[in-house]
Write a protein of this length. Structure first.
Length: 107
């Protein structure tokens, strides 16, 4: 009976840590850049875009496609950084747990 109670305590502790980690990740603001910093996107840890900065030199009628590509690239850069931070925080929290490769937390 004590083993079950101890296990339940560890489950609750793990749940609290997971909730804190999710809140920490959600509060993050990460920048993704492209074009050597000509386009910058700010994204939250949840993947919501919070801001977009475009260098005025890109506002030329014949360079619309370049600007579009730079925006997409900056968004991908920000998203990749958010995923990397999330993976690292999850790895730190779940160290020592037998989790199968490729299994993603939080769900």
């Amino acid at each position: 009976m004590r083993d079950i109670m101890g296990m339940m305590g560890k489950v609750k502790e793990m749940q609290a840590k997971m909730e804190k980690m999710q809140a920490d990740i959600a509060a993050l603001e990460i920048e993704g850049k492209s074009g050597g910093g000509l386009v910058t996107i700010t994204m939250t840890g949840k993947g919501d875009m919070k801001g977009l900065k475009i260098d005025p030199s890109l506002f030329k009628e014949d360079e619309v496609e370049i600007l579009e590509d730079l925006i997409v690239a900056a968004h991908k850069d920000a998203k990749d950084k958010v995923e990397a931070v999330t993976a690292e925080k999850t790895k730190e929290m779940t160290a020592g747990l037998p989790i199968p490769p490729g299994f993603k937390l939080p769900f």
